[in-house]
Design a protein. Structure first.
Length: 436
C-alpha cells in the first residue's frame, strides 16, 4: 500500500467512516443489513465520480465471507469473465458464493454485458456494477432487470472536509506522520474546489504534502543505502525524503491549494446524462424568467467546453417554443447570436450567448405556437391523409378545372379578407389550435 495513492490507502473499512451515503447504507437500511448478513443481491451502484462507489464495494469485500473478485471494465473482458466463472462454479458446488465487482461497467458493450446474464440467473455470481452513467441508457435492459440500482449522491463540502481531516490525522495509512499545518478554512476550500469528488480532494492533498517536487532523483547508491525498518519496499517519494533530496512542505497556504488545482474539474460529459441535465436546467431557468440561474447554467456549459453553436441552436428553438408570439424579435436575437458565435467562436462569443440568454429569460413568454402545433400534429396522426378541399386546390390544367379543382374559391383581397370560406378538411372543419 505504500505505493498506492492516498485515496486508495485510506479507504474506510467500517461503515462509521463511510460518509455521505446514509440514505442507502445508513444504520437500519436494507442494503447495509444485506452486506452485514452476507446476503447481497446483484446491484448497480450509480453515482458521480468520487462519491464512494468503489469504496462501498471495498467495504463489501471486507465484510463478506464470499469470494470477492474485482474487475475493471476498461482492462477486462469476456475472456477474463470465463476464468472467473470456472472458479465461481467450483465455489458454488462447495456452497460458497462469488461476488464479481465490475468498475466502470458502462464501458462493457452489449455482448459483454449479455455474457453476465446466465451466471446471474443461476446464482453462480453476484454482480456489483459501478457506473457514473445513467443505467437506463448504458446498462442492458435484461441485465438491469436482474439488479437493484442504488444511487449515490454527490458528496457535500462537510463530508469531503471530514475525509480530508481523517487523511491528515491517520498516521498509519494517511499523512499523520507529516504533521501538515493547514487551517480549517483551507481544508474547507479544498473540499469546495473538489466539486463533490473525494478522490480529487485527496489527490490534491497528497500532491500538496510533497510540494515542492524533488529537484533530482535519488542516485543508485542513495537508494541502496535506504532501509525500511519494516522490511517493505519504499516508494520513490519516501526514498527521496530519506535521502534528503527534498523535504515536505509543512505549511499549506491558499495559494498552494489554488496552484495544485490549477483548473476546477467540472462534471460535464458532453455525451452523457449531465449534458442533458444542464441544458434542461438552462431551458427551464429561461422559461421561468430567472436570468441569474440561466447565466449560471450557461457558464457551467461554456466553462466545461460545450460547443457554443449547440447552445445557440437551443436558443433558437426556445425563441419560438417558449417566447413565440409574445415577442417576435426573440427569434431574430437567437439567430443573430448563432451567427455571431459562428463568426468569432469562443471565448469571445460567451458574452454574445449571455446577452441572448438574458434576453430570452426577461422576455414575455407564450407557448401558443408550441401547443398549437402539437394539437395540429395530433390530428394529422389521428385522421391520416385527409383530402384538401376542392375549392382551395390549385388548377393548372383544364382537366383539373373540369374535376372541380379551385371551383368557387374566393380570392381574399377581393372580399376585404372577410370572406366566409373553409380551409380545413370537412372531418376537422372548425377546429381551433391557437387560443384567441
Amino acid at each position: 500500500m505504500s505505493n498506492a495513492p492516498l485515496a486508495d490507502r485510506i479507504r474506510p473499512e467500517k461503515f462509521a467512516d463511510f460518509l455521505g451515503q446514509d440514505e442507502i447504507v445508513g444504520q437500519g437500511k436494507l442494503l447495509r443489513a444485506a452486506i452485514q448478513n452476507d446476503s447481497l443481491p446483484s446491484l448497480i451502484l450509480w453515482g458521480p465520480p468520487g462519491s464512494g462507489k468503489t469504496t462501498l464495494a471495498y467495504l463489501i469485500s471486507k465484510q463478506t465471507k464470499s469470494d470477492f473478485v474485482r474487475f475493471s471494465a476498461v482492462t477486462s473482458g469476456v475472456k477474463d469473465l470465463k476464468e472467473v466463472i470456472v472458479q465461481a462454479e467450483q465455489n458454488k458446488r462447495l456452497g460458497n458464493k462469488t461476488i464479481l465487482f465490475i468498475d466502470e461497467i458502462h464501458r462493457w458493450n452489449k455482448s459483454q454485458q449479455d455474457a453476465l446474464l446466465p451466471h446471474i440467473e443461476t446464482g453462480t455470481i453476484i454482480l456489483i456494477g459501478a457506473t457514473t452513467e445513467n443505467p437506463s441508457f448504458e446498462i442492458r435492459g435484461a441485465l438491469l432487470s436482474r439488479c437493484r440500482v442504488f444511487v449515490l449522491k454527490q458528496l457535500g463540502v462537510p463530508e469531503i472536509s471530514k475525509i480530508i481531516a481523517r487523511a491528515l490525522s491517520d498516521k498509519e495509512k494517511g499523512l499523520g506522520k507529516i504533521k501538515l499545518k493547514i487551517d480549517k478554512k483551507d481544508i474547507w476550500k479544498i473540499a469546495e474546489m473538489s466539486n463533490g469528488d473525494a478522490r480529487v480532494a485527496l489527490n490534491v492533498l497528497e500532491y500538496l504534502s510533497v510540494y515542492p517536487a524533488p529537484q533530482k532523483t535519488a542516485s543508485v547508491n542513495q537508494r541502496m543505502n535506504v532501509r525500511n525498518p519494516k522490511g517493505n519496499n519504499l516508494n520513490a517519494t519516501d526514498i527521496s525524503l530519506r535521502c534528503g533530496i527534498y523535504s515536505r512542505k509543512k505549511e499549506i497556504k491558499i495559494g498552494d491549494i489554488k496552484e495544485a488545482f490549477q483548473k476546477s474539474q467540472l462534471l460535464y460529459d458532453k455525451d452523457g446524462e449531465e449534458h442533458y441535465n444542464i441544458i434542461s436546467a438552462l431551458h427551464k431557468s429561461m422559461r421561468g424568467s430567472d436570468a441569474d440561474a440561466a447565466l449560471y447554467w450557461l457558464a457551467r456549459m461554456l466553462e466545461a467546453g460545450e460547443d457554443p453553436l449547440y447552445i445557440a441552436r437551443r436558443l433558437i428553438r426556445f425563441a419560438s417554443e417558449d417566447v413565440g408570439l409574445a415577442n417576435s424579435f426573440a427569434l431574430d436575437q437567437a439567430v443573430a447570436a448563432y451567427n455571431a458565435c459562428h463568426y468569432i467562436g469562443m471565448p469571445e462569443c460567451n458574452v454574445v450567448l449571455a446577452q441572448a440568454v438574458v434576453y430570452m429569460a426577461k422576455c414575455k413568454k407564450s407557448n401558443d405556437l408550441y401547443t398549437a402545433y402539437q394539437k395540429a400534429a395530433e390530428d394529422v396522426k389521428k385522421y391520416g391523409n385527409l383530402p384538401v378541399p376542392f375549392h382551395i386546390r390549385n388548377a393548372p390544367t383544364d382537366l383539373m378545372k373540369d374535376l372541380g379543382y379551385g371551383k368557387n374559391y374566393k380570392y381574399s383581397p377581393n372580399f376585404g379578407y372577410k370572406e366566409k370560406q373553409a380551409y380545413l378538411p370537412d372531418e376537422i372543419k372548425g377546429r381551433r389550435y391557437l387560443r384567441k
